[in-house]
Design a protein around this ligand. Sequence first.
Ligand code: MRU
Length: 350
Amino acid sequence: MPATDALPRAVRYQDGTLYVLDQRRLPAAVIIEACKGAADVEHAIRELQVRGAPAIGIAAAWGLVVEAEHTEVADMAGLLAHISGWAARLRSARPTAVNLAWAVDRMMARLNTCGSERGELLAALREEAQSIEDEDRAICQAIGRHGLELLTPDCGVLTHCNAGSLAVSERGTALAPLYAAAEQGLPVRIFADETRPVLQGARLTAWELGQAGLDVTLICDNMAASLMAAGNIDLVLVGTDRVTANGDVVNKIGTLGVAILAHHYGIPFYVACPSSTFDAATATGAEVEIEERDGREVTHIADIPIAPEGVKVRNPAFDVTPAALVTGIITERGIARAPLASNLRRLLAA
Ligand code: MRU
């Protein structure tokens, strides 16, 4: 049985409702929220009920479907205008992951070429959202197969944030090779950074790998250096929200520090993502908008204050790892290595 079969899906559409696993509540409780319109989905994305670059794209695509299904307007022009308005809102619910805009744009492109009857429009939207989700599932499988070649028996793999099943349709990007290894009986020691401030590593990665029966050890973010120094880590595997034209990698805050450490200790640093995460229109990571989230995520843990009231806070949710620190990028089409920019371009054009 595939290792991820026991895991709940991040999002699941059925009969006019998008069911979203509330990831804020994990690991304490498995709560599924029912979204019946784009406003519910926008809220779920903004509040990190659903998170992870591919998953928010898939959620937004289905968000447009449920919005169209539940909207009664006098004429088709009105419905189209209504859906376009929601597309713009969902597209900007979070600014950094390019997959969100990519999925919404794909839905709108489909809408603009379908017939003019309400039934045709709904069918086209459902079909496109289903394709985005199904393709993501196949992509994650392929990333798993390609990434498997990097793993050796008993190797130690460090991951940051959550780029697993909970962040995509199924299996994950960075975690996909680890699930593939488990299915082949290849033992791997996985280390998960807790990933402050929102603790995706502790709450989500450690949980999903544990549920799937994989060998995972949780560490605080500031322990990675000493584990690397002690020779416990052979490989770093992370996901990403956007790869720019020059190969810079935008990912969860703290990834840059891990990459610098890996470089210092001569440990390969690999990034896994679908080709839809590649943003050829943006030259470098410096041009990417980095989401700045509420300072309360830093001053509180699970609603308990851990800092003096009123303290000044910064809370950038992502950072940029320069291409020079990236050993390779695992995509559904294979692995691109240095020189990253040209090799990625060649791989994705193939
Ligand atoms: O803020 P989040 O939890 O949405 O951030 C998620 C990440 O940074 C992931 O590493 C990235 O989206 C890749 S998910 C396959």
